[in-house]
Ligand binder design. Structure first.
Ligand code: F6P
Length: 549
């Protein structure tokens, strides 16, 4: 089968021509010309989320042309292929079914002719029973005390998803203390081992493959520490759990079947928080809240699958992203969530997006001649305002950004939240509409009376505006709305992958670094060996050897 490259579609060519008409149009004019703009370019989802995409550099015509691109590239068919369990992760010959993990309505989904829903529900139920024991204090450690601390050891998707969600849902959390260890740097695991008590700590080793270097080294360090403290190997099985698809390695580690929570090859690491990888989320917020998270995601799944592309939120955000990435040539996307508990959100989305769509070979195995996935970055608002927003407002680069805020806070404290909201509304307004020379003059004249100085200062105080944003207002950050938000972005990434004509669900780009690290490790462990790398690497290693003691 020959897959169509986006640049060879009629819609792409139309968009390219149309770009010439739009590239210098200002958002000020677009809003002045059309009083209905907000109404046209905003959607309410499930009565809990408003997506306002009106502050984008596009007209009705642009919008229609972008939607045509998605139709021409058969997005409708591609969506169905994923939801029906076809092996769309072609290079690994796997289905892509994170949507099955939140299929609360239990509609059968088949992989290799077998309905996978019973196994999904089996593991879900196992997590329910287990988490109940731990949360209620009935699960005891080796000295008979209840569990107080959970340490999740994992990296990438086995860390970022559960860590981000646990933090985001802190208002729902119980008494258990959660710790996440990912970095190979021994400082990370050591810092946690210093503060936990072996008698009351559970270690969850989360790794799809159970071979990832960082996770296994950290897991064995935790195991050694636990052995030293407890003094008996038989206690390991009480305090260690595994979340993986690799039972053979799990068993070798010494973990019992009843502490093994399976997931499957059709769940990608960066899409896995809905699976048993979410066990630490459940332990933190309870099973019912986790089910709400799944329900929120399922609701977005249904919206994505069943809504016409013109009204389809993930599709619209994906196409707007493509408009900037592929026609304007803007390379990065900012993610600014005005909620302190969402401080890991940008990191999480960075992996999800950049590991999925950071590819340069199309589905036909050829080098692409168009831009693929954007660079994703961000920070919790308002911290960013006092760090890098200067560049957003007045720099030479344009960073299309998503601004996200819950309208109801979990921490009603004085007027904090209303102030946070005012900052949020002000930023997207300032970015879109800027401040003209005339506005500026008026202001400066009020402040200062020296006309010469006024003329000199004016250029520095000019805000050109025309910097696009999406605003996402969430009624309240709950497990349900978080689930919907995360699924929204997952489907945005999927849609962009379809348009880019790339395989979004493999990650071969991480392999070379891993292979070289293992080769260099054996070099580093030997004494007086002839170095045969490039001159830079050789000399870096020599410096290490000279300075290591
Ligand atoms: O190296 C990248 C990666 O494979 C990610 O895709 C994944 O989330 C992470 O490593 C961890 O993998 P595992 O869960 O198998 O330890």
């Amino acid at each position: 089968m020959q897959y169509i490259d986006p640049i060879h579609t009629k819609s792409w060519k139309n968009l390219k021509n149309h770009f010439q008409d739009i590239k210098n149009v200002h958002l000020r004019d677009l809003f002045n010309q059309d009083v209905e703009r907000f109404k046209k370019f905003s959607i309410v989802f499930d009565n809990v989320m408003l997506i306002d995409f009106s502050k984008n550099r596009m007209t009705d015509k642009t919008f229609r042309k972008l939607i045509s691109l998605a139709y021409e590239l058969k997005l409708e068919d591609e969506k169905k292929l994923m939801f029906e369990g076809h092996k769309i992760n072609y290079t690994e010959n796997r289905s892509v079914l994170h949507i099955a993990l939140r299929n609360i309505k239990n509609k059968p989904i088949y992989v290799n002719g077998k309905n996978i829903m019973p196994q999904v529900h089996f593991v879900l139920n196992k997590m329910k029973l287990f988490s109940k024991l731990v949360i209620n204090g009935d699960k005891k450690g080796y000295t008979g005390k209840s569990i107080t601390d959970i340490v999740n050891i994992g990296i990438g998707g086995s860390n970022l998803g559960p860590y981000m969600a646990t933090e985001a849902l802190i208002p729902y959390k119980n008494h258990l203390k959660m710790h996440y260890v990912s970095n190979l740097d021994g400082t990370h695991i050591s810092s946690v081992l210093k503060i936990v008590n072996p008698e009351t700590t559970l270690f969850i080793i989360t790794s799809k493959t159970f071979t990832t270097e960082e996770t296994m080294i950290n897991a064995y360090s935790a195991r050694n520490w636990f052995l030293e403290q407890s003094g008996n190997i038989k206690y390991i099985s009480d305090h260690f759990l595994a979340i993986s698809m690799n039972w053979i390695e799990v068993e070798k580690f010494g973990i019992h079947d009843n502490h093994f929570f399976e997931f499957w090859d059709w769940v990608g690491g960066r899409y896995s928080l809905w699976s048993s990888v979410g066990l630490s989320i459940i332990l933190s917020i309870g099973f019912d809240n986790f089910v709400d998270l799944l329900s929120g995601a399922q609701s977005m799944d249904e919206h994505f699958l069943n809504t016409d592309l013109e009204k389809n939120i993930p599709v619209i955000l994906a196409l707007i992203g493509i408009w900037y990435n592929n026609f304007f040539g803007f390379e990065t996307e900012g993610m600014f969530v005005y909620d302190q508990n969402m401080h890991k959100f940008a990191n999480y989305l960075q992996q999800c997006n950049m590991e999925s769509n950071g590819k340069s070979i199309n589905k036909n195995g050829k080098l692409v001649k168009w831009q693929t996935g954007p660079i994703i970055w961000g920070e919790a608002g308002t911290n960013g305002q006092h760090a890098f927003y200067q560049l957003l407002h007045q720099g030479t680069k344009i960073i299309p950004s998503d601004f996200i805020i819950p309208l109801q806070t979990h921490n009603q404290l004085g007027d904090h939240h209303i102030r946070l909201l005012s900052n949020f509304f002000a930023q997207t307004k300032a970015l879109a509409f800027g401040q003209s020379v005339d506005d500026n003059k008026k202001k400066i004249i009020l402040d200062k009376n020296d006309p010469e100085l006024i003329e000199k200062i004016i250029p520095f105080k000019l805000f050109e505006g025309n910097r696009p944003t999406n605003s996402i207002l969430i009624k309240k950050l709950t497990p349900y709305t978080l689930g919907s938000l995360l699924a929204l972005y997952e489907h945005k990434i999927f849609t962009q992958g379809v348009i880019f004509n790339i395989f979004s669900f493999d990650q071969w780009g991480v392999e070379l670094g891993k292979e070289l690290a293992s080769e260099i490790l054996s070099t580093l462990k030997k004494e007086n060996i002839d170095l045969c790398y490039d001159s830079s690497t050789n000399n870096l290693i020599r410096t290490y050897n000279d300075w290591k003691n």
